[in-house]
Structures are given as C-alpha cells and as structure tokens.
Write a protein that binds this ligand. Structure first.
Ligand SMILES: Cc1cc2nc3c(=O)[nH]c(=O)nc-3n(C[C@H](O)[C@H](O)[C@H](O)COP(=O)(O)OP(=O)(O)OC[C@H]3O[C@@H](n4cnc5c(N)ncnc54)[C@H](O)[C@@H]3O)c2cc1C
Length: 461
C-alpha cells in the first residue's frame, strides 16, 4: 500500500546520474505505470483508444442520448462512470474528490482543481445570480483544494480559475475592444480596477453602458472575494486563458488582481505571487506579450506567475479569423507553435533564475520534448526540482510522464475537473474537441499501457 508523499519506485525513474549533476535522468518509458492498479491501466487503455475515435468526440452528445435511450439512463450513467468519467473526473461529492486527491498524492502527484463551468464568447447566461452561484462553487473549490480540515496539504496549493464563470463573455469582448482605444484604455488601467475591486466604487467607464458598468462592478467584487478567500486559505489562483476576443480583458483582470495580491506586502517574504496568468504559445504575439508582462511585473516589484500552454482553441480561432476575413492570430503550423513554446519557456526560466520565487512557472504540457527541455534547463540553471517551476497535465492523460516526474521529485500537478455527471460530460466533450490532436496523439501512452499490461499477464501463473 502506498502512503501519501513520494513512493519509491526502483526503476520507473532511472537513478542514473547525469555527469556532474545529482539529478535523476528522466525516462518516460512506462516504468512508472507499475505504480498503477491493473484495473486503472485497463480503463486508461480502453478510454484513450475510444477517445482517439473521431466520431465519439465530434458526435459525443448525440451518441450519449442514443445510449440513454437504448440502455436507460442508469445503465448508461454507470458505463460512463466506469469509463470516461472515471478516467478524467475526480468525482461528484466532496468525499469522492478528496479520495481521488489522496490517491494522486499517494503517487507523488498534486491536485490542480478546476470547477468545470464556462461561457461561450458570443453568449450571456444572464443575471448576476448565475455568476454568484459560480463564485460559491469556486469558494468551495478553494476549500477542497486545501484538503480535509486538519490535514496538511503539500505546499503550495494551486487552483484553476475561469474568468468567464464570474463575468460575462460579452463584457470581456466589449472590454477587449475598448482596450484598443487610447481614451478608454486610460480609464481601464489595472490600478483603477484594483482600487475599485477593493472599495466597490462604481468605475463609470464612459464607453460602457450603465448596465455594463454595473456588471463590471459586480464582477470585480467577485474577483476580489475569490482572491481574498484563496489568499486567506493559502491557495494560489491560476487564471485560464481563453479566446483572443476575450484574452486582453482577462489579462486586465489578472493585472488588477496582481496589483492587490502579488505585491511585496501580500506575497510575503519569498514574494511568491498569488494570482497567475496563462500564456498560449500558439498565438503569434505571445513571446512579445510575455516579455513585456514579465518586465512590467519586475519594474512594479510584483510577483509574476505564469501557466505556459500551447493553447486549446486553435480551430475556433482560425474559423473566426476566416469568417471575419481578419489575419489568423495563431502560429502557421505545429512546429511553429512548438518553437514559440520553447522560446517562452526559455524566457520564463531566465526570469525564474534571476527573480527566484517571485517568478513562478507551470510548464503545462503533455509534450515530452517540452518537459525534457524544462528539466534539462532547470538542471543547467540550478533551479531546484521542487521550487518556482512546476509541471501541469490533465487528470487521466500522460500518466507515464506525470508519474515519472512525481517520482523524481518534481512538482507535478494534475488538472482535475469534478462535478455531477450531466454537468461534466458536456465540459469533457468540449475539452476533447479542443484537444483532439492530443487525444489522437496519445498512441505512445496506449503502447506503454499495453506493454505494462502484457508484462503483468506474462508474469501471472
Ligand atoms: C494543466 C493545464 C492547463 C491548461 N490550461 C489552458 C488554458 O488556460 N488555456 C488554453 O487555451 N489551454 C489550456 N490547456 C490546454 C493546452 O493549451 C493544450 O491544448 C494541451 O495541453 C495540448 O498541448 P500539449 O503541449 O500538451 O501537447 P502537443 O500535442 O505537443 O500540442 C498540441 C497543441 O499544439 C498546437 N497545435 C496543434 N496543431 C497545430 C497547428 N497545425 N498549428 C499550430 N499549432 C498547432 C495546439 O495548441 C494543440 O493544442 C491546459 C493544459 C493543461 C495540461
């Protein structure tokens, strides 16, 4: 039985030492799967195979409603729980989520909980009540992230935050447009928004209607409440990046929160930031924006936290650009995105190296080359294994990489959605559609899973 903390694995992580370095050399060869139960391996193999089948991802909701009609909702629900839901979701109740989290911690992995709610860019769910309900769910997520009362969570505790669950995507779109106008941009400075967050004062932005100003005020108050509560419980908030039509507004909110919560007074002695932003390497201007944001944070004496991803909305971004006849904001091909990721990674590691814990980075990628690059450069730059750089992967994906990282002593977080079956399945299907290429590319993981299962079979009497 594994105890919580880091279990010892004899061969999953090669204990070979790199010459002149005391760090373990990482090999993502599936040895780490020895830590998993056979049932978990079988489920992972079946589910990953299933998810690589394009019709399932494209027509998931239709197939789901057919299966409900054919099998009844109880049986089809049970099948989902034993497969896709069980693989990618932590559970529904507090006890189920805490149980999943403890199991992960026993394997050397850390939870990065995410409330699966979001709003489409062109829609408005309407009414402050919906956003207030989401805020309540997020405050509960802060509590869940801390673990059961009295437990000592591994530090630091991180949680994902989707801005469009707390404010309307339509307002974000409007703000993004206004930020492009010099006069409005002045009114929308992070300093002004930060002051309003704290005081609740009406900003009265001249280019917004009175309803929009009211909604902005209520949204800022929600951001303030979640950040204040997370800070009081020692939980760091990682704000997700979304579509380019919203991202400038999201970054404005993050900068305003950073003004309050990443300052020297709030961040404490080591200066670790409480609110982080996400940068998507598939956008052409990301390296430039990241350079500017990192320099600005340093100039203002603020902590700077970044979740670095390749980006999830490729197809939608391109379709929108085609529809509007505007320039495609994304990199021309996969190789260009990977080069961009690598440059952004290098940039951030340089900042981490200079600023120490005031600059934090999550390498949020399933890509083995990106992980190897990060690990290699951390070693060359003398960045500690479990310090200002951590890794992030989705629950149920790329476990051969996550487990090997965790076993070697790196800080590795699994992004974990949770919630009721009916609420989470549409969310999962959306994520699966966005990550279609990743799911189809999980062949190597499937091969390693089969290899481990065959090894177990051949050993049985
Ligand atoms: C912990 C965590 C948090 C995340 N948070 C966010 C978030 O806040 N916002 C967000 O947008 N995404 C987020 N993602 C998803 C992420 O952006 C990627 O979609 C996903 O991780 C796949 O990229 P990869 O590096 O893991 O894998 P890879 O397989 O190496 O890369 C796949 C990615 O490459 C890019 N790509 C693929 N084909 C092309 C092409 N033809 N041209 C240009 N680029 C291409 C796309 O970005 C695609 O997603 C998160 C992922 C993780 C693990």
């Amino acid at each position: 039985m594994l105890r919580s903390g880091r279990p010892l694995l004899s061969r999953g992580v090669s204990q070979l030492r790199a010459s002149g370095d005391q760090r373990p050399v990482l090999r993502f060869d599936g040895e780490a799967f020895r830590l998993k139960r056979t049932g978990e391996l079988v489920r992972a193999l079946l589910v990953l195979r299933l998810c690589a089948w394009p019709p399932l991802v494209t027509h998931g909701l239709t197939l789901l409603s057919w299966s409900r009609r054919l099998l009844g909702s109880r049986l089809s629900g049970a099948l989902l729980r034993a497969s896709v839901y069980g693989q990618f979701v932590a559970g529904e109740t507090t006890a189920e989520v805490q149980d999943s989290v403890q199991r992960l911690q026993g394997l050397g992995l850390r939870p990065l909980l995410a409330v699966p709610i979001e709003e489409e860019p062109g829609t408005d769910r309407g009414g402050e009540a919906w956003y207030e309900g989401n805020l309540k769910a997020m405050l509960h997520c802060v509590d869940l992230s801390c673990g059961p009362p009295g437990s000592l969570p591994p530090q630091p505790v991180l949680m994902q935050l989707k801005v469009t669950a707390l404010t309307s995507a339509l307002l974000c779109k409007e703000l993004t447009l206004r930020l492009g106008e010099p006069q409005s941009a002045k009114e929308l400075s992070p300093e002004r928004l930060a002051a309003a967050m704290d005081s609740g004062e009406d900003l009265g932005i001249s280019s917004l209607s009175s309803e929009q100003n009211q909604h902005l005020g209520a949204s800022l108050s929600r951001f303030h409440r979640i950040a204040q509560y997370a800070r009081s419980r020692g939980v760091r908030l990682l704000v997700d990046a979304e579509y380019t039509s919203l991202n400038p507004a999201l970054s404005l909110f993050v900068s305003s929160l950073a003004q309050c919560w990443n300052s020297r007074e709030e961040a404490g002695r080591d200066g670790t930031p409480w609110v982080w932003n996400t940068y998507q390497a598939y956008l052409q201007d990301t390296h430039e924006r990241l350079t500017r944001a990192a320099e600005e944070a340093e100039r203002k004496g603020l902590g700077f936290g970044v979740k670095l991803v390749r980006g999830a909305y490729l197809e939608s971004e391109r379709a929108l650009a085609r529809e509007r006849g505007t320039a495609d904001p994304t990199q021309p091909d996969y190789e260009a995105t990977s080069r961009s990721y690598s440059r952004c990674l290098e940039l951030m590691l340089g900042h981490v190296c200079r600023r120490g814990s005031q600059c934090q980075l999550m390498v949020a990628s399933h890509n083995e080359e990106s992980v190897h690059q990060a690990v290699k450069r951390m070693s060359e730059l003398g960045i500690p294994l479990d310090g200002p750089v951590c890794f992030g992967q989705l629950l149920g994906m790329c476990d051969h990489v996550s487990l090997a990282l965790g076993q070697a002593g790196y800080a590795i977080y699994k992004s974990i959605p949770y919630g009721a079956l009916d609420e989470v399945i549409p969310y999962l299907l959306r994520r699966a559609q966005e990550n279609r290429s990743v799911l189809q590319g999980a062949r190597r993981e499937q091969g390693l899973l089969s290899q481990e299962l065959l090894r177990r079979l051949s050993r049985s009497p």
